[in-house]
Ligand binder design. Structure first.
Ligand SMILES: [Zn+2]
Length: 310
């Protein structure tokens, strides 16, 4: 698609060669998606990232400087399930790129859209689409980037998307994908053994973003500090949570790095549970700049909090 449109404007063989040699301009919404896209794309892609790791994924600021990047992008890589709804559709609207159009439901429509959630078995899917009462997961839980195993799904979707946009280099993307999956598989085998002490541990999290992490670790999450996703904790809800944690002997509180430590620390004092801080985006914490490093650091944080560090 890309090379065809460029070729239509090119009259010389030299021009065609230059177009084929140009790396794809790829924009990733999140740092860990940019990392995987750079691994799969290799030297065929030039990548920009929209969100800073320290931001709340649900409230990334729409910086005007991001618009030109999207305007000239060949592809955009995103987590999907509407988690980027506060910034991605709005930026696409202003960027006016015919291959990356704003879409109210899927966030992005067009040949360059690479939705990493394609084929995901979505957890915590609500029975009706609604953003009432602050609900920010209307399409189901979008935080599958916290399950280390879903790195493979993300990488496969990126490889398929890049091959669709740039079919003449599909073999390169396939080769890079295979090499990335080998590296990830080796890590997954190690991590599955490392997280054995987490199986059956009862925990609460600040936000309802741990369903996929729970699937990998075996942690049993029994509540959240937020009464509903995106709704700030209330004194009455927290008091109920204290009672629940005492009754169920909850040992672990997961604080996602974008939330202030005050309430989780208060809860820890009240219940004796330990706090683990995790990154919900790459680059959110030190040593989380790649998907693999972020996954590893999160698992080690959970183990550390329970005194299970090596
Ligand atoms: Zn969320």
């Amino acid at each position: 698609m890309r090379s065809n449109s460029v070729l239509a404007l090119c009259l010389s063989a030299a021009c065609a060669r230059a177009a084929a040699a140009r790396p794809l301009n790829v924009v990733a919404t999140l740092p860990e998606l940019a990392d995987i896209a750079s691994r799969v794309g290799g030297d065929r892609v030039k990548i920009d990232t929209l969100a800073h790791g320290s931001e709340d994924i649900h409230q990334v600021v729409m910086r005007p400087s991001l618009v030109p990047k999207l305007n000239r992008a060949d592809a955009v890589v995103y987590l999907g399930l509407t988690v980027e709804h506060t910034f991605l559709p709005g930026l696409l609207n202003v960027a006016a790129n015919p291959n990356l159009r704003e879409d109210a439901v899927k966030q992005c429509a067009g040949s360059g859209c690479i939705d990493c959630s394609e084929g995901l078995s979505v957890l915590e899917k609500p029975s009706s689409l609604s953003r009432s009462e602050g609900e920010i997961h209307p399409s189901g839980n979008p935080h599958y980037n916290l399950d280390p195993e879903d790195g493979a799904l993300i990488a496969r979707n990126i490889a398929a998307g890049l091959s669709r946009v740039d079919p003449e280099h599909a073999a390169d993307y396939k080769k890079n994908l295979t090499s990335y999956l080998v590296e990830l598989d080796e890590k997954l085998a190690l991590w599955r053994k490392r997280v054995a002490p987490l199986k059956g541990v009862k925990a609460v999290s600040y936000h309802q973003d741990v369903a996929y992490l729970a699937r990998f670790t075996g942690i049993e999450f029994v509540g959240t500090l937020e009464p509903k996703p995106g709704v700030a904790p209330t004194p009455a809800h927290l008091e109920k949570l204290v009672q629940l944690m005492k009754r169920d002997q909850v040992m672990l509180i997961v604080r996602e790095q974008q939330y202030a430590p005050k309430l989780p620390e208060w809860l820890a004092q009240k219940t004796g549970a330990k706090v683990a801080v995790i990154a919900t985006m790459g680059k959110a914490l030190p040593a989380t700049e790649t998907f693999i490093k972020m996954s590893e650091r999160n698992l080690e944080s959970l183990l550390d909090a329970l005194g299970k560090a090596p």
